[in-house]
Structures are given as structure tokens and as C-alpha cells.
Design a protein around this ligand. Structure first.
Ligand code: FES
Length: 133
């Protein structure tokens, strides 16, 4: 990804945080390998779909492997901002559908959502004087 100058801010469409291989292994003790495979699939799909491409219409997609997202059950856990939607039981196959249907298609997959944690209206980003984000 190229670096942006201060005069060309990077617009972020989504930030995906995956608790895939947590240190204390609280959310996915059954099979830690599923978390790692999910992370590998997530990284590959973000690239394949061009979601990190600078200047992508609607903004780019960031991805982060988290150590714990304070859900600690029903893992592996995927948290998607800005919606604050938490998916549980993530697998490589679910990652594919979540990216295509939710991140690209704006249609969350209700059956896999284990929690919603939206921002308060008052904590949403401030607008600049010109009205642009
Ligand atoms: S250990 Fe995965 S959410 Fe806490």
C-alpha cells in the first residue's frame, strides 16, 4: 500500500479485527488451527478482492490480527468496524462469505452474529469545516 500525504487522507471503509490465535486461547480452545487458517484466508481474500487498493471507491479495508477482543467465547471472533458487528465461529469458509456479503455487499450475515457493539452517535468522527470526513 502506498503512503498518502496529509492532503490526501486515506478513507477507511471497514476495519476487520480477527481474534485468531489468542495468547490465552479463551475464545477458540477447540481447534486453534481454525483461527490461523481463517486469518490466512482473510489476508488472501482482502488482497484478491482489491480491498486494500489505494483510492478504492468507498474506502479501503484494514485488517488486524488481535490477541483478544474481550468476547472470549464462540470463537474465532471477527469484529467489523464501523458497524461494531461481531461474528463468532469464524472459519475460512465463513471469512469468504463475510467478506463478499458483508464487507463488499453491505449485507451482514445475521445467523453468525454473536454481538453488536455500535458506536454512540456522539463518538462518531468529527466533520471538517468543508463537510468532508
Ligand atoms: S481470547 Fe478471543 S476474544 Fe478473547
Amino acid at each position: 500500500m502506498s503512503h498518502q500525504t496529509l492532503n490526501s487522507p486515506t478513507v477507511i471503509a471497514h476495519h476487520l479485527l480477527l481474534c485468531a490465535t489468542p495468547h490465552n486461547n479463551l475464545c477458540c480452545p477447540a481447534d486453534p488451527a481454525v483461527g490461523l487458517a481463517s486469518w490466512q484466508r482473510l489476508k488472501a481474500m482482502v488482497r484478491e478482492l482489491g480491498l486494500e487498493t489505494p483510492g478504492r471507491p468507498g474506502g479501503i479495508v484494514l485488517r488486524t490480527k488481535a490477541d483478544c477482543l474481550r468476547i472470549c467465547r464462540d470463537g474465532p471472533i471477527l469484529l467489523i468496524w464501523p458497524e461494531g458487528i461481531v461474528y463468532g465461529g469464524v472459519t475460512p469458509e465463513r471469512i469468504e462469505r463475510i467478506l463478499v456479503e458483508h464487507v463488499v455487499g453491505a449485507q451482514p450475515i445475521e445467523a453468525w452474529i454473536v454481538q453488536r457493539s455500535p458506536f454512540q452517535e456522539s463518538s462518531l468522527p468529527l466533520q471538517t469545516q468543508s463537510g468532508s470526513p
